[in-house]
Design a binder for this molecule. Structure first.
Ligand SMILES: Cc1cc2nc3c(=O)[nH]c(=O)nc-3n(C[C@H](O)[C@H](O)[C@H](O)COP(=O)(O)O)c2cc1C
Length: 302
């Protein structure tokens, strides 16, 4: 039993005790909420890098495992232009070929355009179902497993694997990176590690490339710049493109082929130069580059 003096003490401080009790209950709720938020954030973070369903990026890609697969190897890359929404069209048009293997690289900005936000912008999971697309890679895939001696290095294996790289669209930022030799993400690392001499990789035996007529063993990177008209008109764009098309152009013993942009009304509302070449022409350029592509029996004409 509590003595009358204790009861008196409690009664006198009833407001203080109530106040402490309210604070304590509040803290419990606040912590529970915080824990829930952290859990959700963790789940979201994981979804971004590891649990998203898409074709296995196979961090252990070994180009040598695919040398004799009897297929052309197309490394298709997209960087952060709105024209990335044409990637599904390009892939679908190439799905009819039985002897074509495609690996798709997306810069972080490019991936933002393919999140299922519109019919013409499906998710990567949907895109992954297109025939001939064997893997989709994001920057994080380069570092999926902590590297140790003996492991393959993704951007080098992708370079070795590719018979041709096509960057469509090529953003102003990625154009600048190519011109300056910068390589801080997967797309630019592959391009920076390209065999510009033709002496390292050579061409795969039995694989006939249109570029081989110009130069026996140098593989080509086709780029399709796409940007706002003001970006296109900026003098630095011409400097960067001159490097790619003249100094390093495939026609003058280099390795770049520039698919020049066109004039039209752009998605941002401006009208003028800088729009990506029509996607069908990009497909046609790929088909020209791989002269022995074979259509699957019964493939629909596009
Ligand atoms: C909605 C939106 C559309 C964009 N469109 C283009 C574009 O068409 N061309 C371009 O060069 N940059 C465009 N940008 C800016 C690039 O996404 C930005 O420069 C980015 O850093 C490019 O990074 P990346 O080259 O690594 O993909 C756009 C940005 C946004 C938010």
């Amino acid at each position: 039993m509590l003595s009358s003096s204790t009861l008196g003490y409690l009664w006198e401080n009833v407001f203080l005790f109530s106040y402490i009790a309210v604070i304590a209950v509040g803290l419990v709720f606040y912590n529970a909420h915080l824990a829930y938020d952290l859990h959700r954030l963790e789940a979201l973070g994981k979804a971004d890098t590891t649990t998203t369903k898409r074709p296995s990026p196979s961090p252990a890609l070994k180009a040598s495992d695919h040398v004799n697969d009897g297929k052309y190897h197309l490394l298709l890359a997209a960087t952060g232009s709105v024209a990335t929404i044409k990637i599904p069209n390009i892939l679908s048009a190439l799905a009819k070929y039985e002897n074509l293997s495609i690996r798709l690289l997306l810069s972080n900005s490019a991936a933002e355009f393919l999140r299922g936000q519109a019919d013409e912008q499906p998710t990567l999971e949907q895109i992954a179902k297109i025939k001939n697309l064997d893997a989709i890679y994001r920057n994080a895939d380069e570092w999926q497993k902590p590297w140790v001696r003996g492991d393959s290095i993704l951007h080098i294996e992708l370079r070795r694997w590719a018979d041709m790289m096509v960057i469509a669209p090529l953003s102003a930022n990625s154009l600048a990176k190519l011109a300056l030799g910068m390589s801080h993400d997967l797309v630019s690392s592959v391009a920076r590690a390209w065999d510009t001499t033709g002496l390292i990789d050579g061409l795969r035996e039995g694989v006939r490339l249109a570029s081989a007529g110009r130069d026996s063993a140098r593989k080509v990177i086709m780029v399709a710049p796409a940007m706002n008209t003001a970006m296109w008109n900026h003098p630095v764009t011409k400097r960067h493109l001159d490097l790619l098309s003249n100094d390093w152009g495939a026609d003058s013993r280099g390795w770049f082929e520039v698919l020049q942009p066109i004039d039209k009304g752009l998605a941002c509302g401006d009208t003028g130069g800088g729009a990506m070449k029509e996607w069908k022409e990009i497909v046609a350029a790929i088909e020209t580059g791989f002269p022995d592509l074979r259509e699957r029996e019964g493939a629909k004409k596009t």
